[in-house]
Design a protein around this ligand. Structure first.
Ligand SMILES: [Zn+2]
Ligand SMILES: [Zn+2]
Length: 862
């Protein structure tokens, strides 16, 4: 134990946190591949290296660190790797901005290099934040998806899935962002409500309503319901497209809603998913009207080269001029937009790579995983159920994992590298063999690259050591922690890829956390000015305070609103805990620690019983990842049970000498040691600091608390005693007495006596008698409370006389409501609620005050 002289009076988080950060060693958190302990591998989310570790990341990582530290204390061999998901558009855009170039100004390789350099710099910055937050990261298992080591695994997984038929390429419509100039997957489409215009126009004698007149040139058919009598005569006929003049067939389809507009709709390639469906169903031709930059193609005649918005305006003007625009109505519409830049997506047909979605096998694997909280599984199921299209994995970008494929220029055959030759950039190299089909030696490397989710969806395979040679030894991981916003992407894709590549589920458990909202309850955004930066918070209140906020802010899976008050409360708790620690350390230093000293006094036994309850409930909460419950339980014990009740009760004994003091010190030690260990996962700096004064070694190397103490009587009697003390303190307060003011004789009538070794008497400064017999109390009227707001208005000038008359009544008449009373010779009606008699009690001839607590009666001599 460290001498209490060295104990600073105040807890200075800045000094303490920095000191421990410089003391702790990375090696202590390395996963041990030779360990005999059970493994606990975490499939940590690899954040996008923007350079800023945002508050949502912080919440996510706090949860991970809570259970990583807890599991280590529980004897697990924990792997808490740190990944970085590098590839993607935001970095490309940033590089363009910073260097004042566009990606086409330099070579692909040069551009990639610039992206890599920026990413490295950002990662370095984010590592510092991770360290400051005291996350117990396993840096020996760090991975960076843009490194050849990692992306050769992404490429290997591509080749394996190509071979097993999961991956195919096809000329097929896909969601496309014309601003990002790339295909995107359905999971990356977000929906926004917008107001648009529904335009009714004459289509060769049939009325058509459309929100996208610019697609008129891409019209390939007009569809009507087969049972719609209005169009019977049109069956098998064709119509002339207005303004363009080409002919399109009339097709009949059950999916047309005859009640919408005129009941006739135009099918364009492509306005929406329904168009794609009809286009396939009726084997219609393809008319590509919009190119990858969002401009009208040359089939658009005079509109060629216009943007879709310009074209829409021009066509509407021309329709008006031609007299075929009949009316326009406002329409609320849900528009699919690009999740990164919010540009409305187009459905464009082109050659893309796809992964086949086998719904049933993903559903089966999802069901074999334990979901925390359970209801998040439903979200996954809903997403699986609505999957209609395969996953488009090709992107027309640069900073990404290359698709390891060449095309034979002679016969078009797809040629792939040998697995041993990975990684490979087919735009820079040639295959080692000639074309297996035609023997040709001319190839064109695939320029499309892979969706970033193709990198990150094998994170679990990477951390468990997958190299293609079967199921890795560490697979499946024990847990995947992530936010609910990426269930349909990261969770979904990871399950898909695990099943496709290993035949099994990726993890035993998945833990889904909520999102962090600003103090105003809205999503944090720069424009709202409600963004909280973790570094700012840590600078003002320390990492431990932020970690407490993360733990207590919300139940698992619920969104959590940021609140400075919660952070301040966290910091106050640390101040309180520090005061408790100092008090305990000074006592323990005087007495020495004797873990075997007999525990005698009731309050001591009571504290151990309550400590045992707390350990049980906190441990159960930790097992279920209910961090809010766990930390609340610890705080309540420390603050209410230990500080406000126990220490107040035991102080007298601690300030005296003898066996009773030894008993109290032993209990203080148990509480102190247990609190340090239970707090270690949540506030690692603070717990380490407190523990360092108590014992040698790091609290983070101690086992999780296994403390149990069973004493039913002590729990019940102690609870009663604490209640009595609390009620009497309240009585003192209500009667304007100081808390330490002497109270005189004080009797507790309880079902059984309690031997508290004088704790109650000392705490209350009273002469306490515990009795088990029945209290003999005489009730006497000691006064009357008049309700002046009733008496005054009712009796006016007679009010005084009325009150005198009431006071003169015998006690038994006061207790029962009277109908009338004689005042100045008149019988007056007594209104309801005019007065209440006040009683006082007499016990053995002396006046006493009485407090009732359940079936316990306390009398205090006046
Ligand atoms: Zn976009
Ligand atoms: Zn060939």
């Amino acid at each position: 134990m460290v001498s209490s002289d060295q104990l600073p009076k105040n807890y200075d988080f800045a000094v303490v946190e920095e000191r421990w950060r410089n003391t702790w060693r990375d090696e202590d958190h390395y996963f041990d591949r030779n360990s005999k302990k059970p493994q606990f591998v975490i499939d940590t989310p690899p954040p996008y290296p923007t350079g800023n570790f945002h508050i949502g990341n912080a919440l996510n990582w706090c949860y991970i660190d809570f259970f990583a530290r807890y599991k280590r204390m529980k004897g697990y061999n924990v792997m808490f790797p740190q990944g970085w998901d590098c590839h993607g558009l935001p970095t490309e855009v940033k590089v363009e901005e910073l260097n004042h170039i566009t990606k086409n100004d330099v070579s692909r390789e040069e551009f990639r290099k610039m992206c890599r350099e920026l990413t490295e710099k950002n990662i370095e910055q984010m590592r510092l934040t991770l360290r400051r937050m005291a996350f117990s990261t396993d840096w020996s298992n760090e991975y960076i998806t843009m490194t050849p080591k990692y992306y050769s695994k992404t490429q290997l997984s591509f080749l394996r899935m190509l071979k097993s038929g999961y991956i195919y390429q096809d000329e097929h419509p896909a969601n496309y962002c014309t601003r990002c100039e790339t295909a995107i997957a359905f999971a990356e489409v977000t929906y926004e409500d917008r107001e648009t215009q529904l335009n009714f126009f004459d289509f060769d004698g049939v009325e058509i309503a459309t929100t996208r007149p610019e697609l008129l040139v891409a019209c390939v058919a007009v569809a009507v319901h087969p049972a719609d009598d209005r169009y019977h005569n049109l069956k098998g006929k064709s119509l002339k497209v207005p303004l363009f003049g080409n002919s399109v067939p009339i097709v009949q389809d059950e999916a047309v809603d005859p009640k919408f507009g005129s009941g006739a709709v135009m099918i364009c390639t492509f306005g929406d998913k329904q168009d794609v469906h009809w286009w396939k169903q009726h084997n219609l031709p393809l008319r590509k009207a919009i190119d990858r930059k969002g401009k009208m193609t040359e089939i658009s005649g005079k509109y060629t080269g216009l943007s879709t918005t310009e074209c829409r305006k021009a066509i509407l003007l021309d329709m008006k001029a031609a007299g075929i625009l009949k009316k326009q109505e406002k329409l609320e519409q849900r528009v699919g937009t690009c999740w990164r830049c919010k540009t409305p997506i187009e459905i464009l047909s082109g050659r893309q790579w796809f992964i086949r979605i086998k719904q049933q096998e993903i559903r089966d694997a999802a069901h074999q995983i334990k979901w925390y909280p359970q209801h998040m599984l439903l979200r996954m199921e809903n997403w699986i159920d609505q999957m209609e299209w395969d996953w488009c994995i090709s992107r027309q970008r640069i900073f990404a994992t290359p698709i390891p494929v060449w095309f034979c220029t002679k016969c078009g055959e797809i040629v792939v590298p040998d697995e041993k030759d990975l990684p490979c950039d087919p735009t820079l190299t040639k295959p080692m063999h000639s074309c297996p089909k035609c023997g040709g030696n001319e190839f064109k490397g695939e320029e499309d690259v892979l969706d970033t989710w193709m990198d990150s969806s094998i994170s679990v395979l990477n951390v468990t050591g997958w190299d293609g040679s079967g199921k890795p030894k560490l697979f499946p991981a024990q847990i995947r922690p992530q936010g609910h916003d990426i269930i349909r992407t990261w969770a979904f894709y990871s399950i898909l890829r695990s099943v496709a590549l290993t035949g099994s589920k990726p993890w035993d458990q998945i833990l889904v956390n909520g999102m962090v909202l600003g103090e105003d309850g809205f999503k944090m955004s720069k424009s709202r000015g409600n963004v909280i930066v973790p570094e700012e918070l840590v600078g003002r209140y320390g990492a431990d305070a932020l970690r407490q906020w993360a733990a207590t802010g919300a139940a698992l899976g619920s969104d959590i609103m940021f609140s400075w008050n919660d952070v301040i409360a966290a910091s106050r708790f640390q101040t309180k805990m520090w005061n408790i620690a100092r008090f305990a350390l000074i006592q323990l230093e005087k007495e020495g620690i004797d873990e075997n000293a007999p525990v005698t006094a009731l309050t001591d036994r009571w504290l151990l019983a309550r400590l045992s309850d707390t350990v049980a409930s906190v441990s159960a909460a930790m097992e279920n990842y209910e961090f809010d419950e766990a930390l609340k339980g610890i705080r309540e014990f420390a603050w209410d049970v230990l500080a406000d009740n126990y220490i107040e009760l035991a102080k007298g004994r601690l300030y005296s000498e003898g066996a009773s003091r030894k008993s109290a010190c032993r209990v203080l030690y148990a509480a102190y040691d247990t609190l340090c260990r239970m707090l270690a996962p949540f506030i690692p700096y603070f717990a380490e600091e407190c523990y360092s004064y108590l014992n040698k070694g790091s609290v983070h190397k101690q086992p999780w608390v296994a403390f149990t103490y069973d004493d039913v009587a002590a729990r019940a009697e102690g609870d009663l005693l604490v209640k009595v003390v609390a009620e009497v303190r309240k009585y003192k307060h209500d009667n304007g007495l100081a808390l330490n003011a002497p109270l005189g004789k004080f009797t507790v009538y309880a079902p059984h006596t309690v031997n508290d070794e004088g704790d109650t008497a000392r705490t209350l400064n009273a002469d306490v008698h515990w009795r088990t017999d029945k209290a003999h109390l005489d009730k006497v009227v000691s006064g009357i409370d008049f309700n002046r707001s009733v008496v005054g208005p009712t009796f006016r000038k007679d009010a005084g006389a009325f009150m005198e008359a009431v006071k003169a009544l015998p006690a038994e008449e006061l207790a029962h409501p009277l109908k009338t009373i004689k005042v100045n010779g008149k019988d007056l009606d007594v209104p309801e609620n005019a007065f209440t008699p006040k009683y006082s009690y007499v016990e053995e001839g002396a006046k006493v005050d009485v407090i009732t607590i359940g079936d316990v009666i306390v009398t205090i001599a006046q």
